[in-house]
Ligand binder design. Structure first.
Ligand code: NAP
Length: 306
């Protein structure tokens, strides 16, 4: 088994960009992506803030274009799961669900997943009324009442998407103020069928085999209120996909810490995109991270070979 110059872990905007840049620099690349290329872009309805598409672009369309950019490039694509990274710069061994893979450098672009609320019944009712993806599951709730929980860009964006499908939408947020972009807040207030349930948290879920309703609690007064909803969409932030990273890697709040050149605390391992500790998690910044990580990995490889 040969050794790749770089193993890119992830096939979202960061991983796709890193792989593309590395191959164009003449590096041999193996790329791991357990699902289809595109990452979270695939589960986004439309993007209005990706430069070059002033009228917006559907998530699946952009994901297709990203994937098409890799067509014809010599990238070894693997769908196996990366379970661990051992060794050191120049001779990393990735333990995967299909055996070990050797690489001189690694770019971790494994992204982040939706954080659960962590309340009783959430795991049992997942896929039975509780969802983390409006574009995937919204249609099941056509003409029915649902609730969305969260106050960030994801929650408001997904609430706006859902409001066009469902009969009534309760937007539950634990504070009085949203952290989402003003443009989404304005649209949410203007949507005819969105009721804001502020300073409130989801207290309990009802239903054994399917969600039959929820109880919310006003965090200021302690008052409880039952909401008769068939669906609950949870968007309370993201948790990084870092289960496989070496225990010695420097993380903050679970996210990988890098310098400006995407270098992690372990020489030869770089990180890019939503898995990284940073201020701005956008498709455009993920792609930018991927380009920087690729360039930094390329320079590192040159030094290794010198
Ligand atoms: P986020 O920005 O971290 O927001 C999470 C929201 O969930 C916050 O409003 C937070 O409340 C609330 N929350 C957290 N834990 C909670 C709990 N246990 N119970 C109830 N509420 C809870 O996460 P996100 O919206 O998923 O976005 C993640 C990143 O992707 C952000 O950087 C975001 O800007 C970016 N993003 C951008 C776009 C876009 O530009 N169009 C779209 C989607 C996502 P508090 O406000 O009180 O903390």
């Amino acid at each position: 088994m040969g050794t790749f110059d770089t193993a890119v872990i992830g096939g979202g905007p960061a991983g796709i960009t890193a792989a593309m840049y590395l191959v164009r620099s003449g590096c041999s690349v193996v790329q791991f992506e357990s699902l289809t290329l595109g990452g979270q872009v695939l589960t986004t309805d439309s993007l209005e803030n990706y430069p070059g598409y002033p009228k917006g672009i559907k998530g699946w369309e952009l994901a297709d274009l990203f994937a098409a950019h890799l067509d014809g490039l010599e990238i070894e694509r693997r769908t196996s799961a990366v379970l661990g990274i051992e060794g050191e710069a120049g001779k990393f061994v990735l333990q995967t669900s299909e055996g070990p893979v050797n690489a001189r450098t690694v770019v971790i672009a494994s992204g982040a997943s939706h954080r659960p609320l962590g309340i009783e019944g959430e795991v049992r009712l997942r896929g039975r009324g509780v969802s983390y993806c409006a574009i995937c599951d919204g249609n099941f709730f056509r003409g029915r009442p649902v609730a969305v929980v969260g106050g960030g860009n994801s929650a408001l964006e997904e609430a706006l998407y859902l409001s066009k499908i469902v009969s009534k939408l309760y937007l539950i947020h634990r504070r009085d103020e949203f952290r989402a972009a003003e443009i989404y807040q304005k649209r949410v207030r203007e949507a005819g069928n969105i009721e804001l349930v502020l300073s409130s948290v989801v207290d309990s879920l009802h239903g054994e085999s399917d969600l039959e309703g929820i109880t919310v609690k006003d965090v200021k007064t302690g008052a409880l209120r039952d909401l008769a909803v068939d669906g609950l969409f949870v968007f309370v932030g993201m948790q990084p996909n870092t289960g496989f990273v070496p225990a010695s890697m420097h993380l903050e709040k679970g996210f990988i810490v890098t310098d400006n050149e995407m270098r992690t605390s372990i020489p030869g391992i770089f990180a890019a995109g939503d898995v990284r500790e940073k201020l701005c998690r956008q498709v455009v910044t993920a792609a930018g991270d991927g380009a920087t990580a690729a360039q930094a990995a390329f320079v590192f490889l040159e030094q290794l070979n010198a």
